[in-house]
Design a protein around this ligand. Structure first.
Ligand code: NZQ
Ligand code: ZN
Length: 386
């Protein structure tokens, strides 16, 4: 087994009717009384989450920052950073999906940073966030795992860029996971959540056989559970058993557990982020477009795991790697998630070349678990995804 370090300080409060515990959890993190809540375009006001969280915060001085968009925008977030620099807060509570939580991770870090935060996102040498205002989350969309990890993805549409950040300061102090929020989600977002969680698992599984047998079985447990409960949640989002399993799968898929002692890929995500930056395609849908073709191009690298996956997850027999890729695509499509770039945009002809050039300019010459996926291969994968 590969050596590994495993650290996750985020407290999870899982289940329904728990928001009255929010003040107690905030008190664990700060004795201060001034809280900023952050949220998105207003879904929390329609589904009752805002009212119940505000009720729990009635003894606090609460300031609000709303309007964090899907694929959170640097310029929007910088407004919150300025607001906090002028009027400091003791704690920030993010209420939303991955975008609000990621945006909040940026806000709490950039508010404690003296340099230009964009330099951190573009990994300019020596620039990194080290401190943050303590923050917690109330999750409204099971998908990204951001509620229990230290990473964030921030967009800059002026530059058509989407960049990742991370570090120990990015762990939430706590996250409230109430599966009853799932019934308030549009079907499209539920499907996105299932695909994103599935792909987070595959990014840390579909590599080469590892000696960490437990991690492989945990990954397979998440994949099988998502295949089992995904269609049930799509049919009936009020099915508490199915929704709670989806929510816990999504958190477990990207909270650091699966990566312990194994190889990981993440090239599908790196290419997918470019498709969002260039065409505004939902994050999960970019993964559904890229992954099947990436697995075809890197078939030799991944064939042993593709076979293991085909046999253990789909009950296939023999050399079933290609069929396993096909089943993966079919699963995404069964959720209503289309898997071709041309399903989402007409303006795709120059996309492969643009992304190849971007990767070359950034020196991203060697992606994937074996550090051998080249910018030219990324170009080919996108061409195959038309
Ligand atoms: O803006 P609001 O009103 O909140 O509406 C949102 C948004 O329009 C809506 N929504 C959320 N909860 C809802 C709801 N609508 C009704 N009822 C509810 N209960 O759903 C829309 C999408 O929300 P968003 O937060 O963008 O979705 P998701 O959770 O899929 O997050 C996607 C973002 O996370 C990043 C992605 O790149 C993307 O920017 N990721 C973050 C990761 C991480 N931090 O670890 C890893 C992922 O791979 C991913 O890259
Ligand atoms: Zn993802």
């Amino acid at each position: 087994m590969n050596n590994f370090e495993y650290y996750n300080p985020t407290k999870i409060i899982f289940g329904k009717d728990t928001y009255d515990q929010i003040p107690a959890r905030i008190k664990d993190a700060t004795a201060g009384n001034r809280i900023m809540i952050t949220y998105g375009g207003g879904s929390i006001k329609k589904n009752g989450v805002y009212d119940s969280v505000m009720e729990s915060l009635k003894d606090y001085e609460v300031v609000e920052f709303s309007g964090i968009e899907a694929n959170p925008e640097y310029d929007t977030l910088m407004k919150a950073v300025e607001q906090i620099k002028e009027n400091p807060v003791d704690f920030v509570l993010a209420i939303g999906g991955g975008s609000v939580i990621d945006g909040t991770k940026f806000i709490v870090s950039a508010a404690k940073y003296d340099g230009n935060p964009w330099d951190v996102l573009t990994m300019k040498e020596g620039c990194k966030f080290e401190y943050a205002i303590p923050f917690g989350t109330v999750l409204t969309l099971p998908a990204t795992g951001s509620e229990m990890n230290s990473g964030a993805v921030i967009s800059n549409s002026r530059l058509k860029e989407k960049r990742t950040m991370g570090g120990p300061q990015g762990f939430p102090k706590f996250s409230f996971l109430d599966p009853t929020v799932v019934k308030t989600l549009p079907k499209k977002q539920i499907a996105n959540g299932i695909v994103d969680a599935y792909m987070h698992t595959l990014e840390q599984y579909m590599t080469y056989p590892s000696d960490n047998l437990l991690q492989e079985r945990i990954a397979e447990g998440i994949l099988s559970t998502l295949i089992e409960v995904g269609p049930k949640v799509m049919d009936n989002p009020a099915d508490y058993k199915a929704a709670s399993n989806l929510m816990w799968c999504a958190t477990m898929a990207l909270n650091g557990t699966l990566r312990a002692g194994v190889a990981y890929d993440w090239a599908t995500h790196m290419i997918g982020h470019e498709l969002t930056a260039l065409h505004g395609i939902d994050h999960a849908r970019t993964l559904a477009i890229i992954a099947p073709n990436l697995y075809k191009v890197k078939f030799e690298n991944k064939k042993e795991k593709l076979i293991q996956y085909g046999q253990r997850i789909f009950g296939l027999e023999g050399s079933c790697g290609e069929e396993a890729i096909h089943r993966t695509k079919t699963f995404f499509e069964s959720l209503g998630v289309q898997t071709k770039l041309s399903d989402y945009t007409d303006d795709y002809k120059s996309t492969p070349k643009t992304i190849r050039k971007r990767f070359e300019e950034r020196g991203w010459e060697a992606l994937g678990e074996r550090k051998d996926l080249t910018p030219s291969e990324a170009e080919k994968i996108i061409e195959m995804s038309f």
